[in-house]
Design a protein around this ligand. Sequence first.
Ligand SMILES: Cc1ncc(COP(=O)(O)O)c(C=O)c1O
Length: 433
Amino acid sequence: MNYLADELNFLLDGTVAGRLLSPLGRRLYFPKGIIAQSAEAKQGAHTANATIGMAYHQGKPLTLSVINEQMPQLKPEEAVVYAPTAGIPEARKAWKDRILRHNPSLGAEQMSLPVVVPGLTAGISYMADLFLGEGTPMLLSSPCWDNYELIFQERRGAELREIPFFDVAGGLDMGAFKHALARAAKTGTVRIILNFPNNPSGYCPTVSEADALLAGIGEIAEEGADVLVLCDDAYFGLFYEAACMKESLFSRLAQAHERILAVKIDGPTKEDYVWGFRMGFITFGSLGLQERHYEGLVKKLMGAIRSSVSCSNTPAQYLMLKTLQDERTSAEKERYHTLLQRRYQGVKQFLHEHPAHPHLRPLPFNAGYFMSFRCTGIRAEALRQELLAKHGIGTISFGETYLRVAFSSIDEEQIPEVYQLIYDTARDMGSGT
Ligand SMILES: Cc1ncc(COP(=O)(O)O)c(C=O)c1O
């Protein structure tokens, strides 16, 4: 084991984070190599900085004309230079302020400084690197985002344990969650990913459901289990009903118990409509961790970043900063939120007017980009293919049971027609016509 990894393990041992690390997580460290030495030189190399592999001329990075023309508002330093491994400090600070603004019950000292990663997918994958090894049980909801399987199971060899998401009454199946948590807690460590608003269902818990969920997690921690909760907040903020829990579960989990390690995985991808930026954040929070532990954990994460992509996209970070600082942003985001909310209401209206279908039952939804149907008596994949081939309507099937419709991508005026075609096609398939 590298001595730097040993030092970080020594720092983290005895905390919930140290106990939850995977074998790879224990091996990771941030080397005192090129990046660290170059950062040191930035402060003190007054005569010449000959550390990093970039090309400078008279103090400015060399840039090609096309880059200057296509990104005219960005300085060369904002457009082409490498970003620090953990992200540009102002971007990290600005995102932390934003998390605090949107989660008023959270205190600045209850969380780490967010670390920039190249998108939420990468963030989830890094958390799998740090905390999941071969055969580690990982709890997730069913249905869930399909990429979890690839990341946790295929990439890291974890053993997936699915928790049925909804009960028959149409809310979160708290009994199933509690049962799965209690079962996993018998091993002494529990790892779970929670994604609200959820992909594919479009569900976000009510305040009372969130309370029950948090109580269930708190209970197993109180009984002695170390609990890792990954909060995948990809669709955070896109809430359409008053009853939705508007703060991230992270804010409560970060101050819940010293045996709970909460990780907030979020970013501008969906929230700020910049899907291709490839930029996200990882933030740690635990009652059991102090500043020095956060720094140690961040160094582990930096080791994962340095050893995979080295650092994240620089222009995306500066553009995100400018977005946060621009006075038009808030009104525009409000407008886009209303646009999505009207589509949501359009879908609800259609479902209200068509309360029963022999083969399609909508899963509860109140937030995010999507809604899903549970298919009975017909196969979701066959329905998807039929919709595409006969009507040119693209949807997503999740296994044979769920059909996901991204109402975020359908204009409001098209919603009744699209849903009518989905209903008619499913009915025809069920009756064999
Ligand atoms: C639940 C969930 N998490 C994470 C992501 C990935 O986000 P990113 O594009 O930033 O990697 C998605 C994207 O579809 C998602 O639905």
